[in-house]
Design a protein around this ligand. Structure first.
Ligand code: GLC
Ligand code: CA
Length: 533
């Protein structure tokens, strides 16, 4: 089976936030040559591919997620030749490269939008509508980043739609020209040799052409999160998450599959059941990730069980699994607060590595980095600026990698970093963790290596066992290979009984100690246990 499965099934994809990974020229911004110098580190983790956060030129209103030219690389990160060398050097180490393509919207500085402002043949490449008689927006759609999802522009005497910042106008995928141009972007990077894509807001390619209002979230379904942003008070049924979005996903995948061995995975940030997020890899994208695991903050078996209960309703879908990325609070802080013990970081890595799906591992997660805390004047994320101090934005998970505990700026740059290095990351630098076989990094390497070697962990089915909370236990099975995985998701000693334990052969990747006594497993706080059964 493993011989025939496409490479991305069960693979681990390491997300590199290029701007904060490694700076080679002292300008304080991470770049391609910097990343090339760290490829041995990435390869040694035992991951299969790298997802590069956006690599195209951008006015950086949303740090690369506002693209002003899809055809070239961001000169802040290096030259075209540097990018090609990155592809070559990664491939030479057996690492595939995926780019992050942001095609649901562009920057307002993209030539297409500049043309559209003038009317002419690109008039309908964006979603334009007349303002209401009193100048207010055409309908009730709200932006995920605050305020109406429309801005009036005097050039057209009309409003254009933007799901995010006003500098991120929505590309109109219903206009043939715009759609063809967006698809051509994918072709050109596939030709260039990239191995696949992460598609930004893949739930949001299409909008309702009648521009009907979004419905409100019913009162009975509201919890605290609904009040955090006004846009959370509406169901995003008309601006995004349309049922015919699936056809776009399918078209994209077929385009990608013209090239052998490529992978296309999407981000589904809202209402995934409607927009094709859970399609099979032959109907929509190959895979996708949604947000329940990224937003979960209560440690315990339920958030995992709930998510797989949802996934079980879509058996033909192949999920991507992420606890962490550039949009959410780093896991150890999210689940463990400010004084999270190192054992929690190991537990979360062990859990991730045990799960069914394609894994997305965010830079620094392998080190157990906590969220950095920044002062208001250090914040660069527009939504942090908007809602500070209630919400500090996403910079706390985007601070640069701490490479060397003894170097200025922890080895990230010789200049002045675009975001500060977190002092609390010093003791977690790889320069120290590399030397300690018990460190989180060493543990992450062992776990990832074990996953690579095990068909059960990589490709097997998942079956949850009836373990009492705070224990989470499941079997991963592929042909004759069956692995029992058990996790103590608490700071207390616990025990777990199962007949399967009588003949269990523990794997050498267990963390934080468990002991088998007959058919009982006694587990230390945050212990992760793996055994052939
Ligand atoms: C996605 C990205 C996020 C970005 C947004 C708008 O959610 O992950 O970083 O701000 O799309 O492009
Ligand atoms: Ca640089």
């Amino acid at each position: 089976m493993s011989g025939r499965a496409p490479w991305w099934r069960g693979a681990t994809v390491y997300q590199v936030y290029v701007r904060s990974f490694a700076d080679s020229n002292g300008d304080g911004v991470g770049d391609f040559p910097g990343l090339i110098s760290k490829l041995d580190y990435v390869a040694a983790l035992g991951v299969d591919a790298i997802w590069l956060s956006p690599t195209h030129p951008s006015p950086n209103r949303d740090w690369g997620y506002d693209v002003s030219d899809y055809d070239i690389v961001n000169p802040e990160y290096g030259t075209e030749a540097d990018f090609d060398r990155l592809l070559k050097e990664a491939h030479a180490r057996g690492l595939r490269i995926m780019t992050d393509e942001v095609l649901a919207h562009t920057s307002d500085e993209h030539a297409w939008f500049v043309e559209s402002l003038k009317g002419g043949e690109k008039a309908d490449w964006y979603v334009w509508a007349p303002a209401r008689e009193d100048g207010t927006p055409p309908n009730n759609w709200l932006s995920a980043f605050g305020g109406p999802a429309w801005s009036y522009h005097p050039a057209r005497r009309a409003s254009y739609h933007h799901k995010f910042l006003r500098q991120q106008p929505k590309l109109n995928w219903r206009a043939d020209g715009a759609r063809a141009a967006a698809l051509a972007v994918l072709d050109s990077w596939l030709k260039r040799g990239v191995d696949g894509f992460r598609l930004d807001v893949a739930n949001a390619f299409l909008h309702d052409t009648a521009l009907r209002d979004n419905p409100a979230v019913p009162q009975s379904a509201r919890d605290a999160s609904y009040w955090s942003r006004a846009a959370n008070m509406q169901l995003h049924r008309r601006d995004s998450n349309l049922e015919d979005n699936l056809q776009v996903l399918n078209e994209i995948r077929m385009r990608v599959e013209r090239y052998p061995d490529r992978f296309v995975m999407g981000e589904f940030s809202e209402d995934p059941e409607r927009c094709g997020a859970f399609a099979s890899p032959s109907e929509g994208l190959h895979s996708g990730y949604s947000f329940p695991l990224l937003h979960a903050d209560k440690l315990g078996p339920e958030f995992i069980r709930d998510h797989y209960r949802t996934l079980a309703r879509f058996p033909a879908h192949w999920p991507s699994i992420a606890f962490s990325n550039h949009d959410v609070i780093r896991t150890v802080t999210r689940f463990g607060g400010e004084k999270a013990p190192p054992a929690l970081a190991r537990l979360l890595l062990a859990l991730l590595v045990a799960l069914r799906g394609t894994l997305l591992l965010y830079q620094g997660e392998e080190l157990g980095l906590p969220e950095a805390s920044l002062r208001r004047d250090q914040i660069r994320d527009p939504i942090g600026d908007l809602y500070y101090p209630l919400y500090r934005g996403r910079d706390g998970c985007r601070t640069p990698m701490p490479w060397d505990a003894a170097a200025p700026n922890l080895g990230f740059t010789t200049g002045s970093p675009w975001l500060p290095l977190a002092p609390e990351h010093r003791e977690l630098a790889p320069s120290l963790q590399e030397r300690d076989p018990q460190s989180t990094l060493s543990c992450a390497r062992r776990l990832l290596a074990a996953r690579r070697e095990s068909d059960a962990l990589r490709l097997g089915g998942i079956e949850f066992l009836d373990a009492p909370a705070p224990v989470l236990a499941f079997l991963r099975t592929c042909a004759n290979d069956r692995v029992l995985c058990a996790f103590n998701m608490s700071a207390d000693d616990v025990s777990f009984q199962s007949d399967l334990l009588r003949h269990a052969v523990p794997l050498p990747i267990c963390t934080d100690e468990s002991r088998i006594e007959g058919d009982v497993l006694a587990m230390n706080p945050y212990a992760a246990f793996f055994a052939h059964v």
